[in-house]
Design a protein around this ligand. Structure first.
Ligand code: SF4
Length: 185
């Protein structure tokens, strides 16, 4: 075989190996034994993906979860996938996971862990980062949903955000009358 053919063959092998590695890095299955896999998900199996659950009560909570894994003890661990520049979980992630926990427990009767995993994929990065977060109690989620309902029906006045970053990413910033960050000076 000529030298140029050998070089071409080596290049093809390297490109294919790189593509396979990137594909694996994008996958979220614990069975793949990826570097991001947190301790809590080792040995767990995927049992729920992209499913919506509902807790019916005084306040009905409907939540769609990204992933739910059952660990060897039978406990469901919720995972929320996020693509963002900052490698940190937000409180909104905690609220989402907490609502999911309440809905899954109510609908299935399964025991769902009081913590969840926020899996962050940063643009241009090959590997995801897993963050363990403590979830809100059922009572706290219900209180939050009740507060939201009161705000929407006009019985409560919403508090404005004191986070410049949060307001900066808000679609309502220009129209918002309470944001101190949307006003000049
Ligand atoms: S701009 Fe207004 S609505 Fe948006 S986060 Fe800030 S305070 Fe809330």
């Amino acid at each position: 075989m000529e030298n140029s053919a050998i070089i071409l063959l080596v290049l093809v092998v390297v490109v294919v190996a790189f593509a396979v590695r990137q594909r694996r890095a994008r996958s979220t299955g614990p069975a793949l034994g990826l570097a991001w896999l947190p301790r809590e998900l080792r040995g767990a199996e995927l049992v729920y993906a992209e499913q919506t659950f509902c807790a019916v009560g005084d306040i009905t909570i409907v939540a769609k979860l990204d992933r739910g894994y059952r660990n060897p003890s039978g406990v469901i661990i919720l995972v929320e996938l996020k693509t963002r520049r900052t490698n940190q979980p937000y409180f909104s992630d905690v609220i989402e996971l907490s609502a999911q926990r309440l809905a899954v427990q109510a609908q299935t009767g399964e025991h769902v862990a009081a913590f969840g995993i926020v899996l962050i994929q940063r643009p241009g990065r090959m590997f995801k980062s897993a963050h363990r977060v403590d979830l809100m109690s059922v009572e706290e989620v219900v209180a939050l949903a009740r507060r939201r309902e009161h705000i929407l029906n006009g019985h409560l006045t919403p508090r404005y955000s004191c986070s410049k970053r949060l307001c900066g990413g808000c679609a309502f910033m220009q129209a918002c009358e309470v944001s101190t960050w949307s006003r000049p000076g």
